[in-house]
Design a protein around this ligand. Structure first.
Ligand code: HEM
Length: 578
């Protein structure tokens, strides 16, 4: 009867009927449901974000999302509504629930390579575990300590050290090409229209380190993925590094790739489309060559390629996995090492650098001078891995400058109850839930002065009992997630950490570094803000090193201006260079 009456009314007064229907729907979806009916109504958060997906999408597109979430957690506490079906969490309890209990990945990971998904983008937990089981043995710490992989790391770090010596210290092969920055629109060379800003010097010339560290990371990761005979050699062949620039251009589209893939084609500039084509071609040639070699040799060295082929995977399935590891591995490691070099070159951190150098000298003796040898001290990665100050320093780099500071979204796929302000809230299935490393690493109840770079926070403090130190350290570690957590945490973590430690140990045992004074105004110890900032809105006129090294507010971050110019010196006793 009611339906019949409504139908009659709709036919007789169609416009009025449509108006009433729209008003009812708007009232339901924008008022009744989010504020009175939704199970998420008890969870705090701004009203606007509760009623629509658009505000949080807009924040991600304009690269303001991470900072927003950080501020929302400060205002509302450890659980916040950020869209009608998305929650952000900020406590180690939820880190455990979401990641260690292995909630599946959300549509954010809707990307693939060569038309196939890979471990990074698989949403089905069973398929993901199966794929990881095959690859995990090649990425364990004990495998990275094996002779084969130590040889890779030692060889690449030796090459990097020699490159720094010849490019910067003796200035035999200056880095004028990077100074011209033909691709990097925020690079000093691009802005000034030439590389002439870098004044020739007989020694200790500035050298671009973000590209150099990315080259190291690319050479290392391709050695592990394809085998040492098929890796790239970007440390030797600087002209080949253009493909690293192409990867950066492609990464700048992260929002479209993860959130609105259907708009990628419209949003991408011709330069980005060309970069994508160039990367695909480069990967294809690299992989085909390596595959032919593995298939034709009776015994080739261990590599991810060989492992996947041995397990019966073929063609684009294998290429997709390799492409993803190479992407994930070189970008993040290059970014982290750039922040290592920057922090150790800042006037405000002179004591930290001296302490790190002294730790190497205490263990390895005085470093060799000149070009007699560039290889890392001792042939034991295990010793370097155990150095306490180096460990504290790396923890602090990963805490303050996590290369992936953005949320890692998962889907609720089972009964999940959260406790909020006295309410037990059953979170509906398919709700997107995540933890943001940037905020976890800055919890002020766990990390005093959270934006300050202080490796000492990882060590036993004067006057602190051993028991109190252990308790504090345990809590700090519970909040750390630079590599994610659980079954889907970073596959390449051990490679990355040991590669970075070896690199830092060898460089700062031998060399001292300063921010290149031609590149920017170097903030003195007295004027330093002393805190790591995120997002373009803090960048001022981009004149100082602190402004240029602001971290981009994105899922994967990077230095805002995509470059870092450092002058290297042979270490003088008693810190004579600084
Ligand atoms: C400092 C260096 C690195 C950092 C900070 C880093 C960080 C991370 C993080 C946070 C994740 C989890 C992402 C998410 O769930 O959204 C991840 C996943 C991953 N990383 Fe790394 N990573 C680094 C180096 C590497 C290297 C060298 C490789 C080389 C193989 C690699 C391969 C991967 C892969 C394959 C995944 C996906 C794992 C899965 O879902 O099963 N990463 N990484």
């Amino acid at each position: 009867m009611l339906v019949q009456n409504l139908l009659n009314y709709a036919l007789e007064y169609p416009l009025q009927f449509l108006g009433i229907l729209t008003a009812c729907l708007v009232t339901y979806f924008y008022l009744l449901y989010p504020f009175f009916l939704s199970p998420l109504r008890h969870i705090p958060g701004p009203a606007l974000y509760r009623v629509s997906y658009l505000p949080i999408l807009h924040k991600a597109r304009t690269e303001l999302r991470n900072e927003l979430l950080h501020n929302l957690h400060k205002q509302y506490g450890p659980i916040v509504v950020i869209s009608p079906s998305e929650l952000s969490f900020n406590d180690h309890k939820y880190l455990k629930d979401i990641y260690i209990r292995n909630f599946p990945k959300s549509h954010f990971y809707n990307f693939g390579n060569f038309g196939q998904t890979n471990a990074f983008s698989m949403k089905d937990n069973v398929a993901h575990i199966e794929r990881r089981k095959r690859m995990n043995p090649l990425y364990t710490k004990s495998y990275v300590f094996s002779q084969e992989s130590q040889t890779i790391l030692y060889e690449k770090v030796t090459k990097l050290t020699e490159d720094i010596y010849r490019t910067s210290i003796t200035a035999e092969t200056p880095d004028y090409t990077s100074a011209a920055s033909p691709f990097n629109k925020l690079g000093k060379g691009y802005i000034l229209g030439s590389g002439n800003w870098l004044q020739p010097k007989a020694r200790n010339l500035g050298m671009e380190m973000y590209g150099t560290f990315s080259a190291l990371a690319m050479d290392v990761v391709t050695s592990f993925e394809l085998g040492p005979n098929c890796s790239t050699d970007f440390l030797s062949n600087k002209q080949d590094r253009q493909i690293v620039e192409a990867h950066r251009q492609q990464s700048s589209m992260w929002f479209y790739v993860t959130s609105i893939p259907s708009l990628w084609n419209i949003a991408a500039s011709p330069a980005i489309k060309n970069a994508s084509v160039a990367i695909k071609q480069w990967q294809y040639n690299l992989f085909r060559k390596a595959e032919t070699m593995v298939l034709s040799e009776k015994s080739s060295p261990p590599s991810t390629l060989k492992t996947l082929l041995d397990f019966g995977l073929a063609g684009n399935d294998v290429y997709s996995e390799l492409a993803d590891h190479i992407f994930a591995g070189h970008e993040t490691t290059g970014i982290s090492l750039s922040y290592v070099a920057w922090e150790l070159s800042r006037p405000v951190n002179l004591e930290i650098k001296a302490r790190l150098h002294q730790e190497m000298v205490d263990v390895f003796g005085e470093p060799p001078k000149g070009d007699s040898s560039f290889s890392p001290p001792l042939d034991s990665l295990e010793v370097i891995d155990q150095l306490p100050y180096l460990e504290a320093f790396m923890q602090e780099i990963l805490r303050v400058h996590a290369a992936i500071p953005g949320s890692e979204p998962r889907l609720v796929d089972r009964k999940y109850v959260a406790h909020v302000g006295g309410f037990e809230v059953e979170i509906p299935r398919q709700t997107i839930v995540s933890v943001q490393p940037w905020s976890m690493h800055r919890n002020s109840e766990v990390f005093a002065q959270p934006d300050k770079f202080m490796p000492e926070r990882w060590l036993n403090q004067a006057g602190e009992t051993l028991e109190a130190y252990k308790t504090r350290l345990h809590l700090q570690k519970k909040f750390m997630c630079p590599f994610g957590q659980g079954p889907k945490m970073c596959l390449g973590m051990n490679i990355a950490v040991l590669e970075m430690k070896l690199c830092v140990a060898n460089l700062y045992w031998r060399f001292d570094s300063k921010i290149c004074g031609d590149w920017c105004e170097v903030v003195s110890r007295e004027n330093s803000k002393g805190e790591a900032l995120m997002g373009v809105k803090h960048c001022g006129d981009l004149m100082t090193d602190e402004e240029k090294m602001i971290m981009v507010d994105a899922y994967t971050s990077r230095p805002l201006v995509d470059e870092l110019w450092i002058e290297w010196y042979e270490w003088e006793k008693a810190g004579g260079n600084s």
